[in-house]
Write a protein that binds this ligand. Sequence first.
Ligand code: UDP
Ligand code: MG
Length: 317
Amino acid sequence: MKKLLIVIPCYNEEEVLPSTFASISKLLQKMIDQKLISPDSRAHFVNDGSRDKTWDLLVKECKKNNLFEASKLSRNFGHQGAILAGMYDNNADLYCTIDADLQDDPNCIIEMVKKIEQGNDIIYGVRKKRDSDTFFKRFTAQAFYKLMSWLGVKVIYNHADFRMMTKRTVEQLKQFPERNLFLRAVVPLVGFKSDMVYYDRTPRMAGETKYPLKKMLAFAWNGISSFSIVPLRLVTLMGFLISFLGACFVLKILMNYNTHGVISGWASTVTLITIFSGVQMVSLGIIGEYIAKIFVEVKQRPLYIVEEKITNKKAPK
Ligand code: UDP
Ligand code: MG
């Protein structure tokens, strides 16, 4: 039997935690009773620098429930950092990551374990439909997946960060040293045998999303620019195209010169200057974005810092 660790990142989640505790505890106990996982399996909550009572709640709950453990990060490192802290800083045979609001169906974890037993190393949780999302989120998500595949980045459609991985997968993941970590594109790069489980995502039980539009866009751009050099290539392509158009234009001017004499073309000059400066600005911006990435990477700053940890060695009842 394998030791399972359910890693749950929490950022200002005081409103949802009480019900999350109840469902996760019930699920873990059930799986242990059915001998699907070993009795030392745990749920590990990672407090990602919450400013509300999340940590107090976790401390209290870990004392009461010996299936629970928790880590406290020194500040807010972001969802991906919190997930990594949970996986890299703790020992288990199987790691499952799931959001604290349990919008992803935790009961799928049972199926995930079974699929691992069938010889898989990575199990992706994939949403069947997007009924519970607003039209806007559905639309932007779809555009994101389309854009990613067009840019040559392999991500699994409708899979976020609900997944299970074996110990050896997590060990290999540690070999990816990048700071701009975008797990859903990095995990497939490990390449071990994988499978999927499908579920319906429910609306958030309480509290609000920690991913407002601004963060979502930043996340999407990070995913693209960390995995694709197509935007840079487009700049080059655009350069060629515009040079070609420019050459045609010069040709036309020369021809006009012969037929109509001197050109009094102030407007065309100004128009061209405006267009070209715009294109140059965009191109410089894109190049700058990638240089900024290099800047972040060379610093090799830690992705998370664990300040405090509560572990639970006691055997469950
Ligand atoms: N989260 C985190 N750090 C952050 C933002 C979010 O650990 O800086 C956690 C959050 O507590 C939740 C998960 O990441 O468990 C996903 O966030 P949320 O449910 O708000 O995102 P959504 O489902 O709306 O995309
Ligand atoms: Mg959510």
